[in-house]
Design a protein around this ligand. Sequence first.
Ligand code: FAD
Length: 459
Amino acid sequence: MYDVIIVGAGPAGLFAAKEIVEKSKLKVLILDMGRDVDKRKCHMSEFKSCTECSPCNIMCGVGGAGTLSSGLLNLRPDIGGNLHEFVNDEKDAWNLIDHVHKTFLKYGAPKKLYRPTKKEVDALQRKAAAVGVKFIPIPQLHIGSDNAPAVIKKFKADLERKGVKFKVNERVTSIDCEEVTLKNSSKIPSKYILVAPGRSGANWLASEAKRLGIPTRYQPIDIGVRVEVPAVVMDPVIKISQDPKFHIYPDTYDDFVRTFCVNHRGFVVQEVYDDFIGVNGHAMAKKKTDNTNFALLVKIELTEPLEDTTVFGRTLATQVTTLGGGKPLIQRLGDLKSGHRSTWDRLKRGNVTRTLMSVTPGDISMALPHRIVTDIIEALDKLNYVMPGVSSPSTLIYAPEIKFSANRVIINKQFETSCENLFVAGDGAGLSNGLVIAAATGILAAKGILSKEGVEVKT
Ligand SMILES: Cc1cc2nc3c(=O)[nH]c(=O)nc-3n(C[C@H](O)[C@H](O)[C@H](O)COP(=O)(O)OP(=O)(O)OC[C@H]3O[C@@H](n4cnc5c(N)ncnc54)[C@H](O)[C@@H]3O)c2cc1C
C-alpha cells in the first residue's frame, strides 16, 4: 500500500516526490506512461505535438517533456507561469525558484548562469521603454540536451535511494480520490494522489476532472506567427540575453503581444498536429544558419458564448493550413503590409533565405483575423526601435504559430482539488508552462499533502 501515488514523472512529479520523501516517511509511487530516461531516444525533428506519446517519446517518460529538449531553465517566478498566484509574497516565490535551481545543480546541471549585467539591462530597457516595450531580464541556466538525461538519471537514482518506487510504461486510465486504475484495469489504492501529467495528459486530466465533478476553467491561448530575420539584426540583443523576452501592447487593440522561444542562428520547423501544420523553431549545437527566428504571439482570452480557446485556436490554425494547401504559410512582411500575396519570385527578391523548406507563399491576412495581423505588424514596428531591421520588408513571417494552454484545474491553497486527497501540479493542470514553475508547483502540492499529515512545512 502506498501513501502517495504520483501520476507523471516530469519535473512536477519528481520535485513533489523529493519533497515528500525528504520531509516524511510516506511511501511514494511514481507512475509514468512513457519510458525510463535512458530508453528515450528522440530528435527534435521528430517532434510531433500530440495528446498521446509520439513513438519517439519526446513528451513522455521519466523527466517529462523537457528531458530531451534544450532544458533552458528560466529562473524567474513570473516566466513559465506565475508563482505569485500560489505563495504569500515575493520572497517565498524567489525562495522556491532558488530551491529548484539548487536541486538541478545538485543533480549535475552546469553551473554557468546567463545573467545580463545591470548596465546591459538598463540600456536595453531604456531603449525599449521609449516605444512602450518592456524587456524582461531573466537569469537562465542551460542544462543542454546532452546533459539533461544524465541530470534526470541522477535525480531518479537519488529518489530511489530514498525509497521512491517508479513504474514506467504504466498509463493511468482513471483516477478516483482513493485509487488509480491502470490500462490493464488493475487498481492501486493510495491515501493521496497527485496528478502531474503535463501537456501529454492535459486532455485526459480535463476529462477526468469533468467525470469527478472537479471544476476547471479555460485559459487564454497564444496565437501568432514565427518571425525570421538575418542573425545580425538580433546579434546585439542576443549578446545580452540568449532568449530575449519583450512584452508589447500595440496601439490599435492594446492586446498583449510577446516574443517567445528565440532561436539564434536556428531553424524554423514544422509542428505537426492532428488537424493542422503549425510552425515552431529550434537551434542546433553544431549546425548553424544565417538567420534568427522567434515566435510573436498574441494572447487571446474568450468569454461567452465561446470560452474554449482551444477550439478557436484550432479553427484558425486549420484555416491557415487549408489556405497553405497542407503547409504553413510564408509571407514577406513588406507584402503583408502592402496587401500582396507573397510569391516564390517575391520571396527571392528579399534578403532573408528561408530555413523551412516545406511552406506555401501566401497571404497571412487572408487566414488570421485582422486584429491579430494588426497586432503583429504594430508589435514588429515597435520592436524595430529596439532591434533595427526586425520589421524590414524582407522579414519573413510564417503562420500559424500557436501555444495551447491546458484547462486550469481549480485548487485550494494546498493544491488540493474539490475531490478530497486528490492533488494536481504542473502543466497538465494548467498551473505552469515551463520546467521551473512546473517543478515549483510540484513542491507546493507536496507541501499540501505534507500539511494534511501534520508535517510542518515552510515555503
Ligand atoms: C520539445 C520541448 C522543449 C521544451 N523546452 C523547454 C525549455 O527549454 N525550458 C522550459 O522551461 N520548458 C521547456 N519545455 C516545456 C517543459 O518541458 C514543460 O513545461 C515541463 O516539462 C512540464 O512539466 P510537468 O511535470 O508538468 O509535465 P511533463 O514534463 O509533461 O511530464 C508529465 C509526465 O506525465 C506522464 N503522463 C501523462 N499522462 C499520464 C497518464 N495518464 N498515466 C501515466 N503517466 C502520464 C507523461 O508521460 C510525462 O512524462 C519544453 C517542452 C517540449 C515539448
